[in-house]
Design a protein around this ligand. Structure first.
Ligand code: NAD
Ligand code: MG
Length: 484
């Protein structure tokens, strides 16, 4: 049955973005040709090739690190915090001014719906720069000292390209560090537009360097001997490889890795709101979210009711053109990621879980996966244990709060969790018992620059955001435990 409310297409114009046929590397304040090869980035909604991008070689990475070092010793670490703050405020304001351009480009290169890039990603990116601009002249109150580490090597994933860039660059710069950042190979374009914004803000050359490339370029950054701090967001597998690569050096490391969050619905929860929270938890950004609520734990007495309402709601999700303002679920970011989602879903069926997908017409070209839910999932199933990183929800049931805690914590990860109930006391006791960096109550996937974010166990270590996010960019004596 088709949707009773037929919407006319409402595409956002892409005329505002100017995608060049090819891009170099941003080193020492200028775009330069790489000495290595190139690769292509595509629009995952159409498979159209968008641009040719330089793949930075070891020599290019070395040039970027040298530029960052010079900028650090000669300019950035000598500048007062108040002066650094002016640049960060300027960058934040330009991000707001060019917000529509950034949002459209992010949706084209990544596949995420324009309503998310416009209303979630870009506003939080600007907020992050504003927030850390405010810290730049107040580091003496941070509790972590005022001395920067030096050069930060930063490697980020493709699911929130600009937002992850902001989480990395804003605190590093506020503390007086300079950076060499590598965006993911499928989503390099907004980081390159950010490089233009750095030029527009007159940021001193070398303070921010953007080098594009894939795993080899990332490896060259994290293992470069003159990098003082490594910040990585991505898969647990690569995170472990990085931890091994830097072991024995005196580099500081933070790792933000995968997750398999439990979203726990008790029988006294307002069910319609919980269903919205379940949908937001797993279908936001096509489920390409490290803290996605990918395991729904629902109390047995309301399980049937919740599943009925959830399926009804899922049938109204609009899957398709990321630039259409009515789209809820966009394209899967790459052919590789689509293959991984398909494979794990097939394994779910083979292991005996029951699969249901929302009825929707998927476009002929591009990478697409219908919002999907698995019921009858047991803790032993791979779809209950492994991160799928796509629009696929695994549903388990429980009877008591203790059983919910036990199931929720039965995972190698520990990034986030959600609790839905009418009882404040139950929220607090659950939050105490869940081993997760973030616990949302009667909401999900809410982000704020003032709030620290990070994981337990295989979800990584270190915190980004808030005062906590300054700690791993400063040399000072830590006062851990004083108030954290
Ligand atoms: P990935 O680990 O394959 O890649 C992440 C980045 O690391 C990319 O830029 C990639 O080019 C680079 N890279 C690959 N091999 C490298 C190496 N040996 N050394 C250095 N860099 C290397 O992950 P992905 O597929 O791009 O992203 C999906 C994963 O990221 C998911 O597991 C997800 O949970 C995780 N993630 C975590 C967070 C968080 O904050 N915890 C946020 C977003 C994504
Ligand atoms: Mg792309």
């Amino acid at each position: 049955m088709s949707n009773p409310f037929e919407y006319a297409p409402a595409p956002e114009s892409r005329a505002i973005v100017d995608i060049k046929p090819s891009y170099g590397l941003f080193i020492d304040g200028e775009f330069v040709d790489g000495t290595g090869t190139t690769f292509k980035t595509v629009n995952p909604a159409t498979e159209e090739v968008l641009a040719e991008v330089a793949e930075a070689s070891d020599a290019d990475v070395d040039a970027a690190v040298k530029a960052a070092r010079r900028a650090h010793t000669r300019v950035w670490s000598r500048m007062s915090g108040a002066e650094r703050a002016k640049y960060l405020y300027r960058i934040a304001r330009i991000i707001q001014e060019r917000g529509r351009e950034l949002a459209v480009l992010e949706s084209i290169d990544n596949g995420k719906p324009i309503k998310e890039s416009r209303d979630v990603d870009v506003p939080i990116v600007a907020a992050h720069f504003f927030y850390y601009a405010g810290w730049a002249d107040k580091l003496q109150y941070s509790g972590f000292g005022t001395t920067p580490l030096g050069v930060a090597g930063q490697v980020i994933p493709w699911n929130f390209p600009l937002l992850m860039l902001a989480w990395k660059i804003a605190p590093a710069l506020a503390c007086g560090n300079t950076v060499v950042l590598k965006p993911a190979e499928t989503t390099p374009l907004t980081a390159l537009l950010f490089a233009e914004i750095c030029q527009q803000a007159d940021l001193p050359p070398g303070v921010v360097n953007i080098v594009t490339g894939a795993g080899d370029t990332g490896r060259a950054i994290v293992s470069h001997p003159d990098v003082d701090k490594v910040a990585f967001t991505g898969s647990t597998e690569v995170g472990k490889a990085i931890a091994r690569a830097v072991a024995g050096s005196d580099k500081k490391v933070t790792l933000e890795l995968g997750g398999k969050a439990a979203n726990i619905v008790f029988d006294d929860a307002p069910l319609d709101q919980a269903v919205e929270g379940i949908v937001n938890g797993i279908f936001f950004n096509q489920g390409h979210v490290c803290c996605a609520g990918s395991r729904l734990l629902v109390q047995e007495s309301v399980a049937d009711e919740v599943m009925d309402r959830l399926k009804r709601r899922m049938a109204t999700l609009r899957v398709g053109d990321p630039l259409d303002k009515n789209t809820d679920v966009g394209a899967i970011n790459s052919a590789e990621q689509l293959a991984k989602i398909r494979e794990l879903s097939a394994i779910g069926e083979a292991e005996g879980a029951e699969r249901w997908s929302a009825p929707c017409d998927l476009p002929a070209n591009g990478y697409w996966f219908a919002p999907t839910v698995f019921t009858g999932v047991s803790q032993a199933h791979r779809i209950a244990r492994e991160e799928i990183f796509g629009p696929v929800l695994s549903v388990l049931t429980f009877r008591t709060p203790s059983e919910a805690v036990e199931k929720a914590n039965n995972t190698p990860f520990g990034l986030s969790a959600g609790v839905w109930t009418d009882k404040g006391s139950l929220i607090l006791s659950m939050a105490n018992r869940l081993r997760a960096g973030v616990v949302w109550a009667n909401t999900f996937n809410k982000f704020d620059p003032t709030s620290p974010f990070g994981g337990y166990k295989e979800s990584g270590y270190g915190r980004e955001g808030g005062r906590h996010g300054l700690e791993d960019y400063l040399k000072g004596t830590s006062v851990k435990g004083a108030d954290s």
